[in-house]
Design a binder for this molecule. Structure first.
Ligand SMILES: [Mn+2]
Length: 357
């Protein structure tokens, strides 16, 4: 297992790399360049990022948020041009030692919450929160406006201003699209990129829909074990994997997370893990909890055991954390609670390893 940390780059992440390096057991980043979907990532910017990260004593073998352009998902317009850019980015990242690329195939909306700082009454900390009832009242344009204004000036992954400006047009392009129609476009994309990944030694890792059900009537096809069974078969290859995000899949209590890890781990189809906990508050209603099992509804010990059993060499990062100790930062991506999460996950891992002996 390689423990890693998401980092947005020194221009936009308030957390210094040396703080990340000082977290016990930290090996590297799940890094990114903040680029609009469809763009061929500039090599010189990635070289500069890698240099900075390596100089801090950290690796950068996993890249997140190489976002898929809406034209690829809808099968419209300039999809072949955007796929060519995507392939060029894969080749460039592979050349500089990247092993896993995390992306998602969610139409229009990336991860979605209705409150980015809901106070947890038990201890006064706050965390990301979702209540579908609030969405019903708002509609897509209003939720986007609130998300943008609630993010304290930080950008949120997948919510690039360029994309949001075209929101109404994009929503129209999905009218009448079925899950199978979206899957067909997904296959077209995978058939183009996976052979390149095989050639250059990179694994694509698809992140689940978050939350794990359809939103605003848009088709979503990656939020259950059954969905991912279909997804890995669209182009059957060890390079076509998933990023199993326990909190995203786990937002739906019907998903058995340790079972899903064992299922895809045994198939060698887990490219990376995001580990966090959720607290169920009702139907399509949850908030994010600390990583400790007893503060939420996921069994994080069972999750780590399933990883240890079936994909012990994978990359892991603590996913979102709460905001604690009055930290001011990007919602979900503060330093303190994610560092506590790392310490806890490392503790579980050590105990599991020693128990096995
Ligand atoms: Mn995640």
């Amino acid at each position: 297992m390689k423990m890693t940390f998401r980092w947005y780059g020194s221009q936009s992440d308030p957390i210094p790399l040396k703080y990340i390096k000082q977290i016990p057991g930290m090996t590297g980043l799940m890094g990114l360049l903040e680029k609009p979907a469809g763009v061929d990532w500039p090599e010189e910017e990635f070289i500069a990022l890698k240099k900075e990260v390596n100089e801090a004593g950290l690796e950068i073998e996993v890249i997140e948020s190489v976002n898929v352009h809406e034209d690829i998902k809808t099968g419209l317009g300039r999809r072949d041009e955007y796929i060519a850019n995507y392939i060029s980015t894969i080749r460039m990242l592979a050349k500089h030692g990247v092993k896993v690329i995390i992306y998602n195939f969610m139409p229009v909306f990336d991860w979605l919450r209705t409150d980015l700082a809901r106070v947890i009454p038990e201890d006064g900390s706050n965390s990301l929160y979702f209540d579908e009832k609030d969405l019903g009242e708002m509609g897509p344009l209003e939720i986007v406006r609130r998300t943008a204004s609630g993010s304290k000036g930080f950008s949120l992954p997948g919510w690039e201003p360029e994309r949001l400006a075209l929101l109404e047009t994009t929503l129209k392009q999905y009218e009448g699209m079925t899950p199978d129609g979206l899957r067909k476009n997904f296959k077209y994309f995978l058939d183009a990129v996976i052979p390149v990944c095989e050639e250059v030694g990179v694994r694509m890792a698809c992140h689940p829909d978050d939350p794990a059900w359809p939103i605003f009537g848009l088709p979503r096809i990656t939020h259950s074990q059954e969905d991912f069974d279909k997804m890995v078969k669209l182009h059957d290859s060890p390079a076509n994997t998933l990023c199993l995000c326990t909190g995203s899949l786990g937002s739906n209590p019907d998903n058995d997370i340790p079972a899903a890890i064992r299922h895809f781990g045994k198939m060698d189809r887990i490219g990376a893990m995001h580990v966090r906990n959720v607290k169920y508050l009702g139907y399509h209603h949850f908030r994010e909890a600390s990583h400790l099992s007893s503060t939420g509804d996921l069994d994080v010990y069972e999750i780590m055991k399933a990883i240890h059993e079936t994909c012990p060499d994978t990359y892991i990062r603590p996913d979102h954390g709460r905001m604690i100790w009055d930290e001011q930062g990007r919602p979900g991506y503060g330093l303190y609670d994610r560092a506590l999460g790392v310490a806890y996950l490392n503790g579980l891992w050590e105990a599991i390893e020693k128990n096995e002996k």
